[in-house]
Design a protein around this ligand. Structure first.
Ligand code: PLP
Length: 394
């Protein structure tokens, strides 16, 4: 067998282990007494329009067509609906010929990286980062270079980026709003990033692509703007997913948008199609392609997450914990009061608080708290957080 694949399959994810522990613990003491903040599974129902679209589609006449294969890159009407949404919302050129339907952001990323990278290439990202980036990049034959972010803000450290960019750089992979920090890159940051990548692409005589992983685009609070990267940098691929925005993670639906302004855009899109073919990711789930075509621009009720963020952030900081204020996604990245975040998570378990150590996100000394849970659970968990803080003398 392939030893790399065996290694990936046999090493279970820390997040999953904690989640499984939570289920065992819930059987012992009751689910209401376990405060499980491990998984990024949306707790808010999809909008009614999603359920209505499913019901209407299932009442159609031609079930064979509904459940049949679509074309490899996806159903044309769906791709057209997405392109129209992109043009209307972000004012950038977009057309169906540049949209490739996928099984969520994970597939969007794997395909995009495989479409771009050659052996020996490097992909740069910024810590903390989504744990699977390393796996996806290595599967594409490249090496992931994770640069530390500015520790005070978790924004891009441009000096570190400038030092890391090289003729080997195939792509820079960004995720804003970020999992696990919740940080959003503002307009000035994006402009600076775009200018640096354009300068280095010219200097090295190779296109450095920008890959924007954005499953949390619509999950922002207090009117924070999430700049649309193709409007700032032409060689951009957007890896989008409906997993979080429409609360559909189990339905596996998303897309890749190749900017029509990218160099050799038609060839780049064909490389995306080729990578989808090579990886077996052709024809994303047919029913959900048709569902999301009818739900463009809609989101689940993200005000629930905003309320959770506000409650948790103010309670945790009042207990003496430190976190960078998250403007988006549904995670808090909290500094561990002891250097070893794994030890801190073990201590938290004594209060039935299930948190995830930041080590796997490339950022030791922090823990991730996924607050996509019910507001009632947050309220019940606060005394446990307070006791945990007191146990460290905070
Ligand atoms: N990228 C980031 C930053 C994520 O947090 C996730 C899932 O949590 C993914 C990609 C994968 O998303 P999907 O479920 O759409 O494959």
């Amino acid at each position: 067998m392939n030893q790399r694949m065996y290694g990936l399959g046999s090493k279970s994810s820390v997040i999953r282990e904690i989640f499984e522990y939570g289920k065992r613990r819930a059987a012992e003491i009751g689910a209401e007494n376990v405060y499980d903040f491990s998984l990024g599974n949306p707790s808010v129902a999809p909008p009614q329009a999603v359920e209505d679209a499913i019901a209407q589609l299932l009442q159609g006449k031609d079930m064979t067509a509904l459940h049949g294969y679509t074309s490899g890159p996806g159903d044309m009407a769906t791709r057209e609906a997405i392109a129209a949404h992109i043009r209307g919302s972000f004012g950038v050129p977009a057309d169906a010929a540049h949209i490739y339907m996928t099984c969520g952001a994970a597939a969007s990323l794997t395909i995009s990286l495989s479409a771009i990278c050659n052996a020996g290439d490097e992909v740069i990202t910024f810590a903390p980062y989504f744990t699977e980036y390393k796996v996806f990049t290595e599967t594409a034959g490249a090496r992931l270079l994770a640069l530390p972010s500015d520790p005070a803000t978790f924004q891009i450290d441009f000096a570190a980026l400038e030092g890391a960019l090289s003729p080997k750089t195939a792509a820079v992979l960004v995720n804003s709003p970020n999992n696990p920090s919740g940080v959003v890159y503002g307009r000035e940051t994006v402009k600076k990033l775009a200018a640096l990548l354009a300068e280095k692409s010219a200097e090295y005589g190779r296109t450095i692509y920008l890959i924007s992983d954005e499953p949390y685009r619509e999950l922002v609070y207090g009117g924070v703007e999430v700049p649309y990267l193709p409007a700032y940098y032409k060689d951009t691929l957007v890896c989008y997913s409906y997993s979080k925005s429409l609360s559909l993670p189990g339905e596996r639906i998303g897309y890749i948008f190749v900017s029509p302004q990218a160099k050799d855009e038609a060839a780049l899109f064909l490389a995306v199609c080729g990578a989808g073919r090579a990886l077996g990711y052709v024809c994303a789930p047919s029913l959900f392609q048709k569902v999301i075509a009818r739900c463009q621009g809609m989101t689940s009720d993200v005000s629930v997450y905003e309320k959770n963020r506000n409650t948790l952030l103010s309670a945790l900081t009042s207990y003496g914990f430190t976190c960078v204020r998250p403007d988006g996604a549904f995670y808090l990245f909290m500094r561990s009061p002891e250097p070893d975040a794994n030890a801190f998570c073990e201590k938290a378990k004594q209060y039935d608080l299930l948190l995830v150590p930041g080590d796997d996100f490339g950022c030791a000394g922090y823990v991730r708290i996924a607050y996509c849970v019910s507001p009632a659970m947050i309220a019940r968990s606060l005394p446990a957080f307070e006791k945990l803080a007191r146990s460290y003398g905070l």
